[in-house]
Design a protein around this ligand. Structure first.
Ligand code: NAD
Length: 239
């Protein structure tokens, strides 16, 4: 498969090496200094582009890749308010988008486990759920896309909460998310279910960025012969 990489930062470099390890050709790499390459023959020869840039640039990059008739796997977080519009644009026009706020298998299992736990604890309203996420100091968005998906997943299985809010803002009917930025942390997400008597906690901790990059390349392999909008649920068939 021919792969293009949009965004040659921490993730982009890892995506290049895992793509090559899995026997793919990396035909084009675009960063801020060569954005005209979207019009190049090499970029247009890609089956799939892996987009890992910034919340401000992701939507534009996805549209540019579509114009070049290249399918897109996007992992950039912090822009999801635009996602419904893009899914509508996809229509039946032969375009493809695979988006995930987190491509790691473990995180996707963690989301599903939390959905099941929230469903069980919905019968015990004395437990209040909250989320804490910790990431490296360079992360640009807060809360993390992973924490937002986690909150939405829990909300889908519980009556007591109908959304999330970022601390210090507090609202009784919203899941409170604490976003902490420290050191080089790859990503730690904890859900806490607290009653007056006790606390139940669940934590997922990423040991490196490799799990994200591998998941994104697997998503590219999945989407390369498909049209439409896909997520990790389609790839992993967890729920
Ligand atoms: N979904 C996941 O599993 C997952 C995992 C890790 C990171 N991420 C997300 O991926 C994104 C990138 O993360 P990172 O750690 O690689 O960041 P990074 O800052 O190391 O790299 C981003 C790169 O994008 C480039 N860039 C900026 N604007 C661009 C443009 N218009 N066109 C092309 N390139 C452009 C920057 O110059 C930089 O090289 C972030 O939004 C992060 O939250 C998602």
């Amino acid at each position: 498969m021919n792969i293009a990489i949009i965004g040659y930062g921490k993730m982009g470099k890892l995506l290049e090496s895992i793509s090559l390890q899995r026997g793919h050709n990396v035909v084009s790499i675009i960063d801020t200094d060569n954005t005209n390459d979207f019009h190049s023959v090499r970029f247009k020869s890609a089956d799939v582009a892996l987009e890992f840039t910034t919340p401000q640039t992701a939507v534009d990059n996805i549209r540019k890749a579509w114009e070049a008739e290249v399918k897109v796997v996007c992992g950039t977080t912090g822009w999801t308010s635009e996602l419904p519009k893009l899914i509508t644009e996809l229509g039946n026009n032969g375009k493809s988008l695979f988006w995930a706020s987190n491509f790691s298998l473990g995180v996707n299992l963690f989301w599903e486990l939390n959905r099941q736990i929230a469903e069980l604890l919905n019968r015990f309203p004395q437990y209040n759920v909250s989320i804490e996420e910790i990431h490296h100091i360079h992360k640009k968005d807060a809360p993390s896309g992973t924490a937002v998906t986690l909150a939405e997943t829990i909300c889908s299985a519980t009556d007591a909460k109908n959304g999330w809010t970022l601390l210090p803002d507090k609202q009784k009917d919203k899941i409170e998310i604490a976003a902490i930025r420290q050191g080089n942390v790859f990503g730690i997400h904890t859900t806490k279910y607290e009653s007056k008597e006790d606390i139940i906690t669940f934590t997922h901790e990423a040991k490196s960025r490799e799990g994200f990059a591998l998941g994104a390349v697997l998503a590219a392999e999945f989407v390369c012969d498909k049209k439409g909008y896909f997520t990790m649920n389609d790839l992993l068939k967890i729920s």
